[in-house]
Design a protein around this ligand. Structure first.
Ligand SMILES: [Zn+2]
Length: 455
């Protein structure tokens, strides 16, 4: 049945090319925005109406680097350096997942993401049971592009997560063929080699060719950590991103998470090839990875998006937290005008859409785009929108109230594809009995046992 919905009486932060802020109503038919009406237009009788009086309505946040498979490891892998964090905790836990624990891990992550206003993610799953993540995405209503994690290097990967390159590729290809475009295009599939350290050149080249053939995204980590870059140097005799460039991996369909330890030549390669970068502020600070040159990359015209990474290296998944941190952490040394709130808001919406190859579909509230829309309450004591003379506040005021002052609890509701998927902190399509704490801890306990960890 065709749904026809009016979001009425909203203050609309459009994120369109002019960054217009409007008062009015958004008309939605099925999954699309079909009109934006000024406030003077009366809402017709008999249509389904969502009253947004007093709320700020804006495009949902887009996070192109998440690991839903790791949400169940939250608070289990803290205060470690990247390679130890991976080898001692994350890889054993990922390898111990069964479909039940993986589905639950994805549900936990999606609950938090939808409730805090994220409508779309690029997810790196683990090596096995990726369908459990895709099923959780389909069932919960979030928009996601999911990639099975690819690891095949005989010297650097644990046996439990290592696959023959052709076996890994065949599995990933089968997932693409079965799931890409599912649920009205809301579910997509990408190729996700973990990082250069974990992959042979043979695998990377096959990924490059297959993704090009299918027009699929490639999603990987790059130059997150100094030791990682050193390992790559030892393995391939080159800098990490320079290597990715030289073997032809870089393109507009490549999303690189982190990009901290890059030299100027490598940054130029990103620019020349249109490769996207996802900045993960909390993760970079918590794992003491370093400071990416985000302001400089943005200045050069490189598309830098924003994401929370996985729950064990953050330990939250809220885009609001990442925006605040991104806006703060690059100012010392560069001055307070660096990365203003408005720019960070672009990173969390428009730049995310571009990284995911969905710039014509999501990232702003415009006629013809998908109705991936959230409402924020900026009337709370903690994030009160300041006095404004006109009926419509300045864009910069709204950006400040959202980026610097808003918290997940200020997200009132979340729509994806025109469907209400979260209200007041609860993802509506995820049964609350599934997330009951005793059940979660029981599944977690068994997972930790299977991983053979003593915590
Ligand atoms: Zn990551």
């Amino acid at each position: 049945m065709k749904t026809h919905l009016w979001i009425a009486n909203a203050l609309i932060l459009t994120q369109n090319a002019e960054r217009e802020v409007l008062r009015g109503h958004i008309e939605i038919s099925d999954d699309r925005i079909i009109a934006i009406h000024p406030a003077e237009v009366p809402v017709p009788q008999g249509v389904t109406t969502l009253d947004a009086s007093g709320l700020v309505v804006m495009p949902g946040f887009i996070q192109p680097h998440i690991h839903l498979c790791q949400t169940l490891f939250r608070n289990l892998a803290d205060d470690l350096e990247l390679m130890d964090w991976l080898a001692e905790r994350i890889w054993p836990l990922e390898a111990a997942h069964d479909p039940e624990s993986l589905y639950l891990s994805a549900q936990l992550g999606i609950q938090e993401l939808l409730a805090s206003g994220t409508t779309c993610i690029l997810d790196m799953a683990t090596v096995h049971h990726t369908e459990a993540v895709l099923e959780a995405v389909r069932d919960s209503g979030i928009r996601a592009n999911v990639g099975k994690c690819l690891m095949d290097h005989p010297e650097t990967t644990p046996e439990s997560l290592r696959q023959d390159s052709q076996v890994a590729l065949d599995e990933a290809k089968a997932l693409f063929e079965k799931w890409h475009g599912e649920a009205n295009g809301r579910v997509q599939v990408s190729y996700a080699p973990r990082f250069v350290v974990a992959c042979t050149e043979d695998l990377l080249l096959k990924v490059r060719d297959l993704a090009a053939e299918q027009g699929a995204l490639i999603h990987t980590h790059s130059s997150e950590n100094e030791k990682e870059v050193e390992l790559v140097r030892n393995l391939v005799g080159q800098e990490n991103a320079a290597y990715l460039h030289d073997i032809g991996m870089m393109s507009k369909r490549l999303v690189l998470a982190h990009c901290i330890w890059l030299n100027d030549e490598e940054i130029n390669h990103l620019k020349e090839t249109g490769t996207h970068v996802t900045h993960c502020p909390s993760s970079n600070l918590k794992l003491a990875s370093g400071f990416a040159k985000v302001p400089e990359m943005l200045e050069m015209g490189i598309n830098v998006a924003l994401a929370a990474d996985g729950a064990p290296c953050n330990n939250n998944l809220s885009a609001l937290q990442e925006m605040r941190l991104a806006a703060l952490m690059h100012k010392p040394g560069r001055g307070p005008r660096t990365l203003p709130a408005s720019k960070v808001l672009d990173m969390a919406t428009l730049h995310g859409a571009q990284a995911m190859g969905l710039a014509d579909q999501i990232g702003s509230i415009e006629v013809g785009k998908k109705a991936d829309i959230i409402a924020l309450d900026l009337n709370q004591p903690a994030n009160f929108l300041p006095y404004h003379k006109e009926d419509i506040p300045a864009y910069s005021q709204l950006a400040s109230a959202i980026v610097y002052a808003s918290q997940p609890a200020h997200v009132k509701w979340t729509l994806v594809d025109g469907e209400m998927v979260a209200i007041d902190g609860r993802a509506l399509r995820i049964p609350s009995r599934d997330l009951e704490p005793l059940r979660v801890r029981d599944i977690q306990r068994k997972l930790i046992q299977r991983a053979g960890l003593t915590l």
